[in-house]
Ligand binder design. Structure first.
Ligand code: ADP
Ligand code: MG
Length: 342
């Protein structure tokens, strides 16, 4: 009988590892292939950074509450975020789109309105793509291309023991935004007369529907002459991304629950409306598209007053594990419960 392994057993990261093991590199210009937020191509003085992300209807978004304009914006932002995570500057994107006949010209124009606004905000040029029909809902796949000098590029596996772990912005809001949207959808299905009340939770809902890539922080790094020792963007949740940084560098880490950044509405909604532990939302929520990075202790002075960077812990020896000191001063293991694709 032919061998059959369920994807569920392998998991997304296991599958990517399998693909990577089967890939042979034929060109010297391929400097960094599968395994980081983006690939790095040697192209003279400036290196080229390439990253792709695909958004699927029913998996990544639900059109019953996702405005097409926001969806177009988000599809660009999540790709720009991967270029940011390499400490590079995005310059071009290509857009592949799969459409069913359910979509009108106007609907497609709305998606591209969002894409064009994102292009303007992030100063990237839409240079091509592909259009096909789809029988299983809307598909948007974007590739972003960026540039950086070789010595500027940051990877996932280059942190050192003692480095300070930093996070931008606040965490958990996008996850709670999704919980709110799902709740309002269920309430609407049960009672279509009801108008959803999303206004008071606008911040959380917008964090889910229209996230921003933190290019502002990348420009700040350049001004401050700071290069993180490692970096990744927070798409699957802080815990999962921290494990990528520690595994890559063969290190452990300790983070402190009371240092994790949460915005006050996020904290209120998590506690009062969903009865969810705040730490779970911040560690495992995902889709915040903030940056998680490490800096040398000697560079702390450069960013200690940055209003949008939190210092959440430090890297330690691998055998000490990846831990969190809770508010109750307990030491617990950090484990990934990020988004499961299979
Ligand atoms: P991110 O969450 O930053 O988008 P992923 O977990 O999607 O990163 O991808 C990790 C790495 O695996 C990246 O280098 C990506 O290009 C690569 N990768 C993901 N899927 C595939 C695939 N189907 N074929 C080849 N490489 C892939
Ligand atoms: Mg990434």
């Amino acid at each position: 009988m032919e061998k059959r392994t369920e994807l569920e057993k392998l998991g997304e990261f296991g599958l990517i590892k399998k693909i990577k093991n089967g890939v042979k590199i034929y060109n010297d210009s391929t400097y960094c292939g599968i395994g980081d937020d983006a690939a790095v191509i040697n192209s003279g003085e400036l290196q080229t950074i390439v990253s792709s992300d695909m958004l699927l209807e029913g998996v990544h978004f639900d059109l019953s509450y996702t405005p097409l304009k926001h969806l177009g914006y988000k599809a660009v932002a999540v790709n720009v975020s991967d270029i940011a995570a390499m400490n590079a500057i995005p310059e071009q994107i290509t857009v592949n789109i799969g459409l069913s006949n359910r979509f009108s010209q106007e609907a497609v124009e709305e998606i591209y309105e969002g894409i064009n606004i994102a292009c303007k905000n992030y100063k990237v040029d839409l240079i091509g793509g592909d259009t096909t029909s789809s029988r299983s809902g809307l598909v948007i796949s974007i590739t972003a291309i960026g540039k950086a000098r070789k010595e500027e590029i940051t990877y996932r596996n280059t942190a050192k023991k003692g480095d300070i772990i930093c996070a931008t912005g606040d965490l958990g809001a996008a996850y709670l935004g999704l919980q709110i949207l799902e709740r309002e959808k269920q309430e609407f299905l049960a009672n279509p007369e009801m108008q959803p009340d999303l206004e008071k939770n606008e911040y959380l809902v917008m964090r889910q529907l229209k996230p921003e890539a933190r290019m502002d922080v990348i420009y700040d790094f350049r001004e401050l002459k700071l290069k993180p020792t490692s970096m990744i963007d927070i798409s699957d949740g802080l815990a999962s991304e921290l494990l990528h940084l520690t595994k890559g560098a063969v290190l452990g880490a300790v983070i402190y629950e009371d240092k994790l950044p949460i915005e006050q509405n996020t904290a209120r909604v998590a506690t009062e409306e969903f009865n969810l532990p705040l730490a779970t939302c911040m560690l495992n929520g995902g889709e915040d598209y903030e940056l998680l990075f490490t800096v040398d202790q000697g560079d702390y002075e450069k960013i200690k007053n940055h209003p949008d960077i939190s210092f959440i812990g430090y890297m330690q020896e691998a055998d000490k594990g990846v831990k969190m000191v809770t508010r109750a001063e307990q030491l617990i293991d950090v484990t990934a419960q990020g988004f499961k694709h299979f």
